[in-house]
Unconditional design. Structure first.
Length: 65
């Protein structure tokens, strides 16, 4: 169905064209799958989640001079 261009990306809502790169996308919290997503949409979502996790672990250090 993906190769026939009949599947919409759950991230952006656009159809995935035949021959276009796609991946099986995980639902938030890895609780199952969303379905086929554009490669760029899936990777972008993963990057945002990874950045949020990384940035949330940073501690702010205030210096008193």
């Amino acid at each position: 169905m993906v190769e026939a261009g009949m599947v919409r990306c759950p991230r952006c809502g656009q159809f995935i064209e035949g021959g276009e790169r796609w991946e099986l996308d995980h639902a938030p919290g890895k609780r199952g799958y969303l379905g086929p997503s554009h490669f760029r949409c899936n990777r972008s979502a993963g990057g945002k989640i990874g950045a949020a996790i990384t940035n949330g672990k940073r501690r702010r250090v205030s210096r008193i001079w």
